[in-house]
Ligand binder design. Structure first.
Ligand SMILES: Nc1ncnc2c1ncn2[C@@H]1O[C@H](COP(=O)(O)OP(=O)(O)OP(=O)(O)O)[C@@H](O)[C@H]1O
Length: 301
């Protein structure tokens, strides 16, 4: 049984089409990323998974129950976690545990605080917490319920490297234990580190869904930045190599080419005695595929 099975989901806000016939499948133990430009519909879709809103069309099955029936076992947040600013991190979790009918003394509050790396500030008021600390406390709150589906909107927002490490470790462990995780992110490196599958939305429609490797394969010829101590001579050789196109302006030497043409260009540079200090994609293959898939999308209004 899939944890999430959405077919033809649409959601309207007045005459704005936020989601337009979206399909989504998420298996138990899968970390599934949602990506897409601002306003693409990611938060709207996550809100439907959390039961915060109801779709206007289509069918949505979560943990075997047809939405809007809300099955137990779903946790997460959109637009930042709801926390009590005047309470400490530990008191927030105790209050949430009580609200959910869990005994705060046996809820494992210390354990979830440790998992997200907040042990040292457990007794500080949340009022003084940074965005990254709030995100981590929101995740700790979700962990208290031992969810089978965890839904997170931009969980990497505001996280420092240590926070990112904690959050990634927690999500990987949950997935290993069979929890399905659906999260949105604007960062391809985060999606790459976390997700086995990704769905890309653009103006409410799915433009890609599948494994990340398949997405990278969709990228066209990439742009590469070439660093050399002799850019003028290198520019001449690059321009004269079949299949290589000069891109970009200014001092940086940027070329666009398929890989065999790049190889030929480097061989010609070396034969001419021009050192190549670096030849690297300007954006990652994933980011290039994302941009190619989402450009030319007009807002759906
Ligand atoms: N409550 C609402 N009322 C009116 N319009 C809304 C509402 N919520 C979302 N929308 C609209 O629906 C569309 C999708 O918004 P959504 O917040 O889901 O996008 P998103 O992909 O999460 O964007 P971002 O990356 O900026 O967070 C946008 O055009 C947005 O303006």
């Amino acid at each position: 049984m899939q944890t999430v099975r959405a077919r033809g989901i649409s959601k309207y806000f007045g005459d704005v089409v936020a989601l337009d016939g979206v399909d989504l499948d998420v298996a138990p133990g899968q970390i599934h990323g949602l990506a897409g430009p601002n306003g693409a519909g990611k938060t709207t879709l996550l809100g439907l998974l959390l039961g915060l809103a109801v779709a206007d069309a289509g069918s949505l099955e979560i943990l075997g129950a047809q939405a809007p029936a809300a099955p137990g076992g779903v946790a997460g947040f959109v637009d930042g976690p709801g926390l009590y600013p005047s309470l400490t991190a530990r008191q927030n979790l105790a209050a949430l545990a009580r609200l959910r009918g869990i005994d705060a003394r046996t809820a494992g509050i210390g354990d979830v605080l440790e998992q997200v790396g907040l042990t040292d500030v457990a007794d500080d008021r949340v009022r003084g917490f940074s965005l990254g600390m709030r995100q981590r406390l929101g995740l700790a709150a979700a962990l208290l319920t031992a969810p089978r589906l965890l839904v997170l909107d931009e969980p990497a927002n505001g996280l420092d490297p240590a926070g990112t490490k904690h959050v990634h470790a927690v999500l990987h462990r949950l997935a290993e234990e069979g929890t399905a995780v659906v999260l949105s992110s604007h960062r391809m490196d985060d999606l790459e580190a976390l997700c086995s599958e990704v769905t890309i939305l653009a103006t409410g429609r799915v433009v890609f869904s599948g494994p990340l490797g398949k997405l990278a394969a969709e990228s066209r010829d990439l742009e590469y930045r070439l660093r050399t101590p002799d850019p003028d001579a290198a520019r001449g050789i690059a321009a004269g190599t079949p299949g290589v196109h000069l891109a970009g302006t200014g001092d940086a030497l940027v070329v666009r080419a398929p890989v065999p043409a790049l190889d030929e260009m480097v061989a010609r540079l070396v034969r001419a005695g021009i050192p190549v200090r670096e030849l690297a994609p300007v954006v990652s293959p994933l980011e290039a595929a994302f941009l190619a898939l989402t450009e030319h999308q007009e807002p759906t209004r």
